[in-house]
Design a protein. Structure first.
Length: 193
């Protein structure tokens, strides 16, 4: 269990459905790739949107491609406080009964009825990596970070998929608490099923 786990900070971002992408950017619009992500099937797009709740907004929210079946906005707790929202902390993809928000694109606006969450901190792994570390999809582990502001994160969700590569994803609030700006390392120190 002493293997170093790469850590990446997952800043606020949005996954759009094909319908919402076309509403915001135009019929047949295709996202343009800015860079690949550690999850082999995903990429950061060049395109961004603005989100608004009541009289507060956050511009330049990065879109993650490709489109998903449902639109989902992932923000930090600090973002939620600023906007005046109370989104649940959830596994990405589970956005039912979460708050909605107004999305503003270059062509039109989309009123998202639900889909705003704070993503549960999680480790992405391939099946081989999970076997090597002795964990299974859905397990929870603790990870101790390196550095001058080292902290231990408990209740870190394990997410296993063939297209994943070993990496702990923290949001910006968690990264700031651990003194991690963009990338860092941690060690798996305990687990529970």
């Amino acid at each position: 269990m002493s293997e170093k786990i790469p850590i990446e900070i997952s800043a606020r971002h949005i996954h759009l459905s094909k319908e919402d992408l076309e509403l915001l950017f135009g019929k047949g619009y295709q996202l343009k790739k800015l860079k690949d992500l550690t999850m082999l099937d995903r990429f950061a797009a060049k395109e961004t949107v603005t989100v608004r709740f009541r009289n507060r907004e956050i511009p330049k929210i990065r879109i993650i491609g490709p489109p998903r079946p449902r639109t989902q906005l992932e923000i930090s707790l600090t973002d939620a406080y600023y906007l005046g929202l109370q989104p649940p902390i959830r596994k990405s993809g589970n956005s039912k009964k979460s708050p909605g928000i107004l999305l503003i694109g270059p062509r039109r606006k989309a009123n998202l009825k639900e889909g705003v969450i704070i993503a549960w901190r999680h480790i992405h792994l391939s099946p081989k990596e999970a076997e090597r570390l002795g964990v299974k999809n859905g397990d929870f582990v603790s990870v101790k970070t390196d550095g001058n502001r080292a902290v231990t994160f408990h209740n870190v969700l394990i997410r296993v998929h063939k297209d994943y590569k070993l990496c702990l994803h923290l949001d910006t609030d968690e990264g700031n608490a651990a003194g991690i700006i963009k990338k860092g390392f941690g060690k798996l120190i305990s687990q529970r099923r």
